[in-house]
Design a binder for this molecule. Structure first.
Ligand code: NAP
Ligand code: ZN
Length: 373
């Protein structure tokens, strides 16, 4: 059996894991930059815990809290310039995938002079600021991946910076920071995690370890489906108890470990257009498309589709589609013009070659049409 499994991130999971393991931070230096979004980290306790942990180790800090959802290239250069100016030794990234991803690019740019036109070239040195990740959404798994996804206007899509040098050194996974996450964000990010696990199994790089992690991640997701389905209209606290929050966090972590090995598929590529042009949340975009890609796989490789459905205790693609429909609510609609535009965009060659079943341009159009017209 030939495969590679690489997961250099140390994972600490559990309530108060940052405060209980603050000594781990001292190895990375005397001054940290906290990178986060504008609001949530200040409200959910994560930023306070990080600051207490840094203080207890006598590590000083500065805060860069300007990262927006679907981060821009510009915010990464801005954060990197601030890190350089402040002479920080390492970064603590707190938040959803957006701050975590932006922090990874800042970690590179703070140490390496890379022109914007070369940012996605793939040529990065090992010299980057160490990154500590504190996820506060349960979806992207960015705390355990070597990817940072940025909005890229030059291709009207999203593009990844991918290098093993940006694997976080440590991921502190404390699901209690997620307790007030809005219902829609919880649902969309959960679907992103499902998408990672499921897509991971549909790549050419899927292997024994990644499939084992993917199936366990999907099992966690399925345990949360009844709560996710019943959540609409409830407050976050009423909708999700501690166990569900914990299960969603573990689902996302495992799925992040999957894509760190496998990468994603055409579903993510197609979803990026929905986010870029229609402002549809990343996880939701994947959820709208996922079942139709599995249906295409089923036509060409039925045993693989059956293995995936079996891991979710489902028999048919329609059952998956119905679950996703119940979570997504009213479907977003595209016009025929949108569909022509999105399906004629050049397909990311790396994503396409990563797919076990490589859809044609015509099949991509059909998937958009069936999913969103
Ligand atoms: P996000 O864009 O990081 O955050 C979405 C919203 O949730 C923000 O408004 C944020 O507020 C808020 N939020 C975060 N944590 C919260 C909490 N605990 N309670 C309440 N609100 C909270 O969303 P995301 O889905 O986690 O990340 C999406 C990004 O990750 C996309 O750019 C996607 O392409 C990328 N991604 C990366 C990978 C990877 O491997 N690196 C994989 C998949 C997706 P604040 O702004 O105030 O914090
Ligand atoms: Zn994703």
């Amino acid at each position: 059996m030939n495969y590679k499994y690489h997961m250099p991130t140390k994972v600490l999971s559990g309530k108060q894991c940052i405060l209980n393991n603050s000594s781990l931070l001292s190895e990375y230096g005397k001054k940290a930059m906290i990178v986060t979004g504008q609001n949530s980290a200040k409200k959910n306790g994560s930023q306070d815990d990080v600051i207490s942990a840094l203080n207890s180790e006598k590590i000083s800090h500065v805060i860069f809290d300007k990262v927006m959802s679907n981060p821009t290239i510009a915010v990464c250069y801005e954060g990197a310039a601030y890190a350089k100016e402040q002479g920080v030794d390492f970064i603590v990234a707190i938040g959803g995938g957006s701050p975590l991803d932006a922090a990874k690019v800042m970690a590179i740019l703070a140490r390496q002079d890379i022109a914007e036109k070369d940012l996605f070239s793939g040529a990065y040195d090992a010299d980057v600021l160490p990154i500590i990740a504190v996820p506060t959404t349960a979806g992207t798994g960015s705390e355990v991946t070597q990817y940072a996804i940025l909005t890229n206007d030059s291709v009207e899509s999203k593009t990844s910076v991918a290098t093993e040098h940006i694997f976080p050194k440590i991921a502190f996974l404390d699901s209690s920071y997620m307790k007030d996450m809005p219902v829609a964000t919880t649902v969309n990010t959960a679907i992103d995690a499902l998408s990672h696990a499921l897509e991971g199994m549909l790549t050419v790089r899927a292997n024994l370890v990644s499939n084992t992690l993917a199936k366990e991640s999907m099992r966690y997701f399925m345990q949360c489906v009844p709560a996710l389905q019943a959540a609409n209209g409830k407050t976050p606290a009423d909708a999700f108890d501690e166990t569900i929050r914990e299960n969603l966090a573990q689902c996302s972590l495992l799925a992040g470990m999957v894509i760190a090995q496998t990468g994603t598929t055409i579903v993510h590529h197609m979803g990026y257009s929905l986010t870029y042009f229609k402002d549809i949340d990343h996880g939701r975009a994947n959820g709208l498309l996922l079942a139709e890609y599995l249906r295409l796989v089923e036509k060409q490789e039925a045993p693989l589709a059956d293995e995936i459905l079996g891991a979710m205790s489902l028999d048919t693609v329609d059952e998956l589609k119905n679950i996703l429909a119940s979570l997504l609510g009213e479907k977003d609609k595209l016009t025929a013009e949108d569909i022509d535009r999105f399906s004629s965009k050049p397909v990311d060659a790396k994503k396409l070659s990563n797919c076990r079943i490589k859809p044609t341009q015509e099949e991509i159009k059909e998937m958009y049409t069936t999913s969103l017209l």
